[in-house]
Design a protein around this ligand. Structure first.
Ligand SMILES: Cc1ncc(C[n+]2csc(CCOP(=O)(O)OP(=O)(O)O)c2C)c(N)n1
Ligand SMILES: CC(=O)[C@@H](O)[C@H](O)COP(=O)(O)O
Ligand SMILES: [Mg+2]
Length: 633
C-alpha cells in the first residue's frame, strides 16, 4: 500500500481540483511526507518548501493553472508546486546533473510561469504579465508568492510602488508568505513592522469567531462571506506598508489552514486590482527538526530523516568560506576599523562567529545587495574598513553601486566574493561566472584570485592592507586542503608567483583554483606554471617573459571566458605585439546547468586530462622551425 494514496492520483493540478475540499489537508500531509523523504535523499531547500505546502495546494486548487500564473519568489519554496504539477517522479533527480532544477524554470514546465532563484523579482514579473494581459484584454490571474525575507529586497518595494497605481483590470495577487525568517533570523525594520501587524491584527481569529457565531444560522455565514468578497479592507483595516502604496491588503491569515485559504482566495478572485494577502506560516512546518531549526534545514545535503542532520564530529580541512570566517575574526581583533557586512547570507558567508565576537561591527542588511555596497562606501568615507562578504552571483545585483559609489570615489572597500566559479547543485542562476568580466573594466579596482586556502588568507590580508577597492574571489567548498599558515603576511600587489619553471613548449597561466588543475598538466609536459594571483593589475612582466620563452600559452580560469582573465592575458600580449598562440580554458558563452562541481568541470573540459589532451593536439599542429623558432605561430 502506497504511503501517498492521494498523491498517487494527482498528476496535474486538474486532478487536484477534482478532489473534494475536505481532502486537501490530507494532500498537504502526503506532500510533506514525500518532500522529507525525497529531499533527504537528494538534498535541497527543505524548510521553505515545507512551510509553503498549503499555499501551493490552495493556489492550484483555486486558480486555473497554468492559465493563471504563479510566480514563486526565489523559488526555493516551490517543491510542493513541482510535485503537484506532474514532476513527482523527477524529484529523485532534484538539483542533480541533467535532473530537475531546484527552482522554477520556464523550460521545465508550463506551470513555471517565470524563472526565479535570485530574490525579490516576483512582484515585478507578475505585474508585467498582468499589465500585458490588461492590454490584450485577458482576465488571467497573476499570483506572486513572496517571503518576508524577499520583501526586504529593493526590487519588491519598487514593484509595490508601481503596482499601487493600478486600480482595475490588473489581476495581481501578492501573497506575502510571512514566516518571520530569512535564511538566518529575520532582520530589519520591515520585519518588526510585519510582526507588529501579525500580533495586533487578530484578523483570522475574528474571522473564525464570526464563522462560529454565524454558521449555525442558515445562510448567514454565506452572506458574510459575500460581503467579505465586496470589501477587502472591510474586515481587515489597511496595513501600514501596503496602504502606503495604496494596495488593498487582506490578512494576516493562517497559511496552514486550507479551509480558510481556499475560501479567501476564492473571494479575492472576485476583484480585478492588485491585492496583498498576508499569510503567516511556519518555516519547516511538519518536520520537527526543521521547525526547531529552520536555518539548518534551509538548504540540506542528504540526511537520514529518522535522525535529522547530525554534525560530523570529524575534524576536517576548512572550506574557503571557513578560511574567510577565521580571517575576518583575526583581522577584526587586530584592527578596530574592520566592519563586516552581509546581505542576508550570514551562515553561507562564514560570519556566524564574527557576529558573536564583534556584534557592533557586524551587519546583516537583509536581502539588499545594493544597499550593502553603498552602505560600505559610506562607512569607508568615515575611516572604517568595510568588508562586504557576498556571493558572486548576488554581487551582480550591485555592480552600479560598486562602480558609482565605491570605485569612482576610490574607497577602501574589500569585497570578499564567495561562491566564485561553478557552485554545483543550485545551477545556472547561482554560478559565480560573471564577476571577473563585470568588475575587470572598473578603474581603481584590484581583483585577486587565490588558488588555495593559504593564498586566500594571504590575498585577504593584502586586500585589507590596501586603501583602494579590492576584490578577493574564492570558490564554494574546499581547495587543495593545504595548511593555512599565513597569519598577517601580505603579497606584492600585481605580482604573480612562479610555481614551476619548465623546459617544455608550454607556459601555463592559472587564475584561482584552476592553477592546481594546470599543475598536473604542467608536470606532464614539463611546462612553466604561473599562479597569477591578480586578474587586475595583471603581472605583465611575468606574462611577457613566459610568452617569450614558450611556444604556447595556456590560460585557465573558473569564470566566463568572455571578458574574463584569459581575455585580459590576450590584451596584454596583443598590446605588447607578442603573437604567441594562446589557448583559453574557462566557462563558455552559455548558461551552465546544475551538477556537482566535478561533473560540471568534466562536462566543460576543465579537468587536467581534458586540458592535456587539447594542449597536446594543439602542439601537434604547430610545426617546429628548423632554426629553433616556430612556423605555426
Ligand atoms: C538576490 C538574492 N540574495 C540572496 C539570496 C539568498 N537567499 C535565498 S532564500 C533567502 C531567504 C529568503 O527569505 P524568505 O523570502 O522569507 O523565504 P523563506 O526562506 O523564509 O521561505 C536568501 C537570503 C537570493 N536568493 N537572492
Ligand atoms: C536559494 C538560495 O539562494 C540560497 O539558499 C542558496 O541556495 C545558498 O547557496 P549555498 O548552499 O551555496 O550557501
Ligand atoms: Mg521568510
Amino acid at each position: 500500500m502506497s504511503n501517498y494514496p492521494l498523491l498517487d492520483t494527482i498528476n496535474s493540478p486538474e486532478d487536484l481540483r477534482r478532489l473534494p475540499e475536505d481532502e486537501l489537508p490530507e494532500v498537504a500531509e502526503e506532500l510533506r511526507g514525500f518532500m522529507v523523504e525525497s529531499v533527504s535523499k537528494t538534498g535541497g531547500h527543505l524548510s521553505s518548501s515545507l512551510g509553503a505546502t498549503e499555499l501551493a495546494v490552495a493556489i492550484h486548487y483555486v486558480f486555473d493553472t497554468p492559465r493563471d500564473r504563479i510566480i514563486w519568489d526565489v523559488g526555493h519554496q516551490a517543491y510542493a508546486h513541482k510535485i503537484l504539477t506532474g514532476r513527482r517522479e523527477q524529484m529523485a533527480t532534484l538539483r542533480r546533473h541533467h535532473g530537475l532544477s531546484g527552482f522554477p524554470k520556464r523550460n521545465e514546465s508550463e506551470y513555471d510561469a517565470f524563472g526565479t532563484a535570485h530574490s525579490s523579482t516576483s512582484i515585478s514579473a507578475a505585474l508585467g504579465m498582468a499589465v500585458a494581459d490588461k492590454l490584450k484584454g485577458d482576465d488571467r490571474w497573476h499570483v506572486a508568492v513572496i517571503g518576508d525575507g524577499a520583501l526586504t529586497g529593493g526590487m519588491a518595494i519598487e514593484a509595490l510602488n508601481d503596482a499601487g497605481v493600478y486600480k482595475k483590470d490588473v489581476r495581481l495577487l501578492i501573497i506575502l508568505n510571512d514566516n518571520d525568517c530569512s535564511i538566518s533570523p529575520a532582520v530589519g525594520a520591515l520585519s518588526g513592522h510585519l510582526a507588529k501587524i501579525v500580533s495586533t491584527r487578530a484578523f483570522n481569529g475574528a474571522r473564525e469567531l464570526s464563522k462560529k457565531v454565524l454558521k449555525p444560522v442558515p445562510g448567514l455565514w454565506e452572506v458574510a462571506k459575500r460581503m467579505e468578497k465586496q470589501a477587502i479592507n472591510f474586515v481587515s483595516p489597511p496595513s501600514g506598508i501596503f496602504s502606503s502604496f495604496d494596495i488593498n491588503y487582506y490578512g494576516p491569515v493562517d497559511g496552514h489552514n486550507l479551509e480558510e485559504l481556499v475560501d479567501i482566495l476564492r473571494n479575492l478572485k472576485a476583484h480585478d486590482c492588485p491585492i496583498v494577502l498576508h499569510v503567516t506560516t511556519k518555516k519547516g512546518k511538519g518536520y520537527a527538526p526543521a521547525e526547531a531549526d529552520p536555518t539548518t534545514y534551509h538548504g540540506v545535503s542528504p540526511f537520514d530523516p529518522a535522525v535529522g542532520i547530525v554534525p560530523s564530529g570529524k575534524p576536517s580541512k576548512p572550506t574557503f568560506t571557513q578560511v574567510f570566517g577565521r580571517w575576518i575574526c583575526d583581522t577584526a581583533a587586530r584592527d578596530e576599523r574592520l566592519y563586516g557586512i552581509t546581505p542576508a547570507m550570514r551562515e553561507g558567508s562564514g560570519l556566524v562567529e564574527f557576529e558573536k565576537k564583534f556584534p557592533d561591527r557586524y551587519r546583516d542588511v537583509a536581502i539588499a545587495e545594493q544597499h550593502a555596497v553603498t552602505y560600505a562606501a559610506g562607512l569607508a568615507c568615515e575611516g572604517m574598513k568595510p568588508v562586504v562578504a557576498i556571493y558572486s552571483t548576488f554581487l551582480q545585483r550591485a555592480i552600479d553601486q560598486v562602480i558609482h559609489d565605491v570605485a569612482l570615489q576610490n574607497l577602501p572597500v574589500v569585497f570578499a566574493v564567495d561562491r566564485a566559479g561553478l557552485v554545483g547543485a543550485d545551477g545556472a542562476t547561482h554560478h559565480g561566472a560573471f564577476d571577473v568580466a563585470l568588475l575587470r573594466p572598473i578603474p581603481n579596482m584590484t581583483i585577486m584570485t587565490p588558488s588555495d586556502e593559504n593564498e586566500c588568507r594571504l590575498l585577504l590580508n593584502t586586500a585589507f592592507a590596501m586603501d583602494t577597492p579590492t576584490v578577493v574571489r574564492y570558490p564554494r567548498g574546499k581547495g587543495t586542503g593545504v595548511e593555512v599558515t599565513a597569519d598577517a603576511e601580505t603579497v606584492e600587489v600585481g605580482k604573480a608567483r612562479v610555481l614551476r619553471r619548465g623546459k617544455g613548449r608550454v607556459a601555463f597561466v592559472g587564475f584561482g583554483p584552476m592553477t592546481h588543475m594546470l599543475a598536473e598538466v604542467a608536470e606532464h609536459l614539463d611546462g612553466t606554471l604561473l599562479d597569477m594571483r591578480f586578474v587586475k593589475p595583471l603581472d605583465r612582466e611575468a606574462l611577457l617573459e613566459a610568452a617569450e620563452e614558450h611556444d604556447l600559452v595556456v590560460v585557465a580560469e573558473d569564470s566566463a571566458l568572455e571578458g574574463g582573465a584569459g581575455s585580459a592575458v590576450l590584451e596584454v600580449l596583443v598590446e605588447a605585439g607578442v603573437t604567441v598562440p594562446v589557448m583559453r580554458f574557462g566557462l563558455p558563452d552559455r548558461f551552465i546547468e546544475q551538477g556537482t562541481q566535478a561533473e560540471l568541470h568534466e562536462e566543460l573540459g576543465l579537468t587536467a586530462a581534458a586540458v592535456e589532451e587539447k594542449v597536446k593536439a594543439r602542439l601537434a599542429t604547430m610545426k617546429k622551425s628548423p632554426f629553433g623558432g616556430l612556423f605555426g605561430r
